[in-house]
Design a protein around this ligand. Structure first.
Ligand code: HEC
Length: 103
């Protein structure tokens, strides 16, 4: 019994990774979408390619769920017109490139 609990605890991080809220979305598709609709404004605020928005100290997003929610909110705010699958792809790309919650 104890051993089972111990093993379950060991496996938990792997399970969390498999359950990333963006599933198996393609980060490459997300990069193209993000480049088109999101960079200009972030770059105006932070200079360069705007990526400092995602790497600055005290950044807002602290877990995968918040990342996907934030992408969805920005999609709505900017009227980018993405379907959920596209929001997932952008979240997957931002995670792969900057947030790295699953590393
Ligand atoms: C009109 C300007 C503007 C556009 C366009 C914009 N953003 Fe943002 N974004 C902001 C601002 C301002 C913040 C910081 C909000 C704050 O600090 O309270 C932000 C923050 C974020 C964050 C959180 C960064 C952190 O602190 O962890 C994410 C993720 C994000 N934006 C994604 C997107 C995506 C995806 C798009 C394209 C659909 C987008 N943004 C388009 C202005 C913009």
């Amino acid at each position: 019994m104890r051993l089972t609990v111990f093993l379950a605890a060991l496996l938990l991080p792997a399970a969390a990774l498999a359950d990333a809220p963006w599933g198996k979305a393609d980060p490459r598709l997300g990069k193209a979408l993000h480049d088109r609709s999101c960079i200009a404004c972030h770059a105006r605020l932070y200079g360069g390619d705007g990526s400092k928005m995602y790497t600055r100290p005290g950044r807002l997003v602290t877990n995968p769920r918040e990342l996907l929610q934030r992408v969805a909110a920005c999609n709505a705010m900017t009227k980018a017109g993405w379907i959920p699958k596209q929001e997932s792809a952008v979240a997957a790309w931002l995670n792969q490139q900057y947030y790295r919650f699953d590393q």
